[in-house]
Design a protein around this ligand. Sequence first.
Ligand code: HEM
Length: 418
Amino acid sequence: MPSATLPRFDLKGWDRKDIAHPYPVYRRYRETAPVHRGATEAGKPDTFYVFSYAEAVRVLSGRRFGRDARTASGGAGAQSGPVPAEYRALRAIVEDWLVFLDPPRHTELRSLLSAEFSPAVVTGLRPRITRIAHELLRQLGRNGEADLVEGFAAPFPILVISELLGIPAEHRERLRANAVALQEASTTRSRSGTGGYARAEAAAAEFARYFRREVRRRRGDERTDLLTLLVRARDEGAPLSVDGIVSTCVHLLTAGHETTTNFLAKAVLALRAHPQVLDELRGAPELTPGAVEELLRYDPPVQAVTRWAYEDTRLGGREVPRGSRVVALLGSANRDPERFPRPDVLDVRRAADRHLGFGLGIHYCLGATLARAEAEIGLRALLDGVPGLGRGDRPVDCAYADDLVFHGPTRLVLDMSG
Ligand code: HEM
């Protein structure tokens, strides 16, 4: 169906209200057509936005779409890799990020890492994750106003990944600031001209110095943290350079950080807007795993993932030429009524586990099991430990980041008391 009444879709230039609640905009586009062409920019490849669940699944599974703009364009014109050439430290640091790789390197590296994110490893981590959550809540206190993002949702995942990697406690805050600066370079924020790449370049250089030193320290070490295991695997012949280890550590820090922060902050907002669901969850801990899946469907922390078309193809009735950029809008796919009946209703008892909140296909979130454990433990700690969590009549100060890819509030001030 033609979409003559709608402007070309663009992730840039949204106002704050639409960013905080993009679903009505998604619905308007999705009801018109499953795939829309984006705004054209001189010298840039065509962009197509995918709104329906079925077409998003097609983009994320199979080999017609991949991660490399140069492969897609046959090597001509397109920027090589995800970062402009002048940002050398940043380019080096993202070089071995799983999320930017195609097979065979993707398969090789993913199989090296996946054992460390298995359900058994995550089960072993649960007591430490629980301790971290309770310690943060204790520091936050139960009285007066507090920013849940700054005091809980942001430090929580960084402390967990630092624990996994074996990063000493005193270095964690510095690494968090660097992880935030790096993330900005890959988001709609930097593309709206806030100098994200320059800050990310400085953060990448500092990360490289830090992790190279940590790799040297771990040679012949008996520790069992993930960083030591990667150093040992390399020494035993695994296809991993020192820079590859540095790149992987930084990838895990950034991939598992803002995503989990945004999940927790948006889960609180969704539950405040649905006080009956919040009350039901408080009294029924066994509903927590299902609630986590439904919250990931209802308002996913990653709203959009990008691929490149490796061949001329058709998608949602449109011709998509080889070399085009294709953006799957996970937040829209998760609200597609063809897949999830009554998609705008938050229903923690529905079977929401086929949501696309963790992506799909070969790039399906490597940390999904860990993320689910963090989400359950973090949410439970908040439900049980913050009496004022659901008090909709109390003032809340909430501000969303100017970003539709990594999507969530940067500030969420609540009255903690009951
Ligand atoms: C990939 C979401 C937590 C590590 C992804 C992707 C999504 C996602 C949507 C797919 C990206 C794409 O297809 O382009 C989330 C959400 C999280 C979360 C919503 C929290 C609620 C974590 C954690 C870690 C992690 C805790 C690890 C510490 C990764 C990695 C990839 C990835 C390494 C790349 C996998 C690959 O390309 O093979 N995540 N993630 N994530 N995630 Fe997560």
